[in-house]
Design a protein around this ligand. Sequence first.
Ligand code: XMP
Ligand code: MG
Length: 183
Amino acid sequence: MDQSDVAGDLADILLTEEQLGSRLDEMAAQIDADYAGKDLLLVGVLKGAVMVMADLSRRLHHPVSMDWMAVSSYGSGTKSSGVVRILKDLDTDLSGRNVLIAEDIIDSGLTLSWLVQNLRSRGPESVEIATMLRKPDAAKVEVDVKYVGFDIPNEFVVGYGLDYAEKYRNLPFIGTLAPHVYA
Ligand code: XMP
Ligand code: MG
């Protein structure tokens, strides 16, 4: 899928497929180095993190296990409240494991700070976060993100796993929506 398939829906392309790919190369190299000689479990947060998980994991030389969680964050409108419900839990026992959470985007950071606490309570060796995108509000919450692809402005973005009303997830780049799409 490319821009011509969503004719007129996008205001701007924020990050191209090439930019995402070369940043993922760097992140993967850093993760390989940091986890050398250690076991590594990648945990993807459905649904948005599917692309990051697929593209990041394939760039790693390190052997990994993969598991998935689905959570929903209660909130008013588009803002999350930090009250999180697990829709699909992990199949994996985390005791003694090195867990790396793969995320598409951190906005308020409330969902992820809840998730990190939840996973830490299961007796893992470590829990870290790798996110493709981070918005400015994330700085307000005490959530330590070890690997960040790009810091982006506080705009609603779609593509590369991110949706608006379940659309645009299969765009290979990140873009902003034209105002008429929300109308
Ligand atoms: P937090 O708790 O960090 O929630 O506020 C992060 C979740 O909010 C969604 N989100 C977005 N989804 N474009 C999207 O498609 C965006 O610009 C955006 N900002 C936040 C997303 O589900 C993320 O996991
Ligand atoms: Mg998400």
